[in-house]
Design a protein around this ligand. Structure first.
Ligand SMILES: [Zn+2]
Length: 128
């Protein structure tokens, strides 16, 4: 009974030690360094005249696209996130917009006389 039990236990211990040693060895041999990170790109898409939500002035707003790309060894591979924002040139307030809004905003600004759902300058009533 004892003879049949001992050898397997010792054998299992040997295997354990061997795997630990093998792991250490392989981790020491793996000396390659992977350099990765992100890089931000800023694109100015358009300049639009909008009524600012903060200062209330119908001022020029820059429409910007900020793309964050994943880089491997300083080489940009693919974009991780794309964000759009408008910035008021009057007070500097930045407002985040969705991609759909960013697509629609230049069309609104380009078409004069179109009924804009927002950003319409206030009309003063005639005084007579
Ligand atoms: Zn403003």
């Amino acid at each position: 009974m004892a003879q049949g039990k001992d050898p397997p236990a010792a054998h299992a211990g040997d295997v354990m030690q061997q795997t630990v040693r093998a792991d250490r060895h392989s981790s020491r041999r793996k000396h390659s360094v992977i350099i990765f990170g992100t890089k931000g790109y800023l694109y100015q898409l358009a300049i639009l005249t909008l009524v600012c939500g903060r200062c209330g002035n119908p001022a020029a707003h820059t429409l910007r696209k900020r793309v964050t790309k994943f880089t491997l060894f300083f080489v940009p591979l693919f974009p991780i996130s794309t964000k759009y924002a408008t910035q008021c040139t009057f007070c500097g307030a930045e407002q985040k917009v969705t991609r759909e809004q960013a697509d629609q905003l230049p069309a609104q600004g380009a078409g004069p006389g179109t009924d804009q759902p927002y950003g319409r300058p206030q009309q003063q009533p005639h005084q007579h």
